[in-house]
Ligand binder design. Structure first.
Ligand SMILES: Nc1ncnc2c1ncn2[C@@H]1O[C@H](COP(=O)(O)OP(=O)(O)OP(=O)(O)O)[C@@H](O)[C@H]1O
Length: 247
């Protein structure tokens, strides 16, 4: 995994302030192909801002930002940016589905918007395959309101993966779920990483999710990644500030 040709996200010295609020003060991160990195940090420390910079939903002030070998900050053409965004799936907090659409329509929606729109037959096949992968084939005709929180997350995950992204960015994928369902979703994230061969950055406060999903963890403190290591390595730390997360 430690091969520089395998780097799918390369961030160096990333800075972002909002007025006097200096949120990111020099973040460095290398994500390798097939790797899952969990980003941990207290509330309001810039985790969401960081992953939004990766797809230019937030404009960084400074730093190197390469995603799939593209220099994100200098992608000026709308087409190029859209092409990159199709390769980088984003599962937002809440993973909102369109309430007025069935599960099937929710899954077809991103496929129909692709520039090389697949044929109707292919769209149907991909929807069925995605639902099978998340274990919810029977929910195809249901409305989001008829689904439990865990089922909604599964469908939102299927909708992200249906475009076969190279990278998936997860913002709090288990928020609002009970511990058993959180564990299920965390395990599904790992399974999907294997099935779809994705690389991921996962923001979470849920330490069970971090333990299950991470190959490596990075912890934001004072605008930089201050700690890095596997879940087990960080858990052994005797740094009081870090220990709080594991209690
Ligand atoms: N568009 C914006 N304009 C101004 N300030 C912003 C904007 N987006 C984020 N911020 C500020 O940046 C800081 C970091 O926010 P961010 O949402 O990244 O935190 P976070 O670490 O993801 O927090 P949480 O764990 O609570 O979701 C906060 O102080 C927030 O108020």
């Amino acid at each position: 995994m430690e091969n520089s040709n395998d780097i799918v996200i390369d961030v160096k010295g990333l800075r972002k302030s909002f007025g006097d609020n200096h949120v990111l003060e020099g973040l460095d991160l290398e994500l390798h192909k097939g790797e899952n990195i969990v980003v941990l940090g207290k509330s309001g420390t810039g985790k969401s801002v960081f992953i939004k910079c990766l797809v230019k939903l937030v404009e960084p002030d400074e730093g190197k930002l390469e995603v799939l070998s593209k220099d994100v900050q200098h992608l000026t053409e709308e087409d190029e940016l859209n092409a990159l965004r199709r390769k980088v799936g984003f599962l937002f907090q809440g993973g909102a589905l369109y309430d007025s659409m069935t599960v099937e329509e929710n899954l077809k929606f991103p496929l129909k918007r692709m520039p090389d729109k697949p044929s109707y037959g292919e769209i149907d096949d991909r929807v069925h395959e995605a639902l099978k992968n998340v274990g919810l084939e029977k929910a195809i005709h249901k409305m989001p309101a008829e689904l439990s929180g865990g089922m909604k997350k599964r469908i939102a995950l299927a909708r992200t993966l249906i475009l076969q992204p190279d990278i998936v960015l997860y913002d709090e994928p288990t928020t609002g779920l009970d511990p058993a369902t959180s564990k299920e979703i965390s395990e599904l994230i790992v399974e999907m990483q294997e099935t779809y061969q994705t690389s991921s950055i996962i923001i979470t406060h849920d330490m069970a999710c971090a333990r299950i999903t991470s190959n490596r963890m990075k912890v934001i403190r004072d605008g930089v990644f201050k700690y890095e290591g596997s879940y087990e390595e960080l858990k052994k730390s005797d740094d009081k500030w870090l220990m709080d997360f594991f209690e």
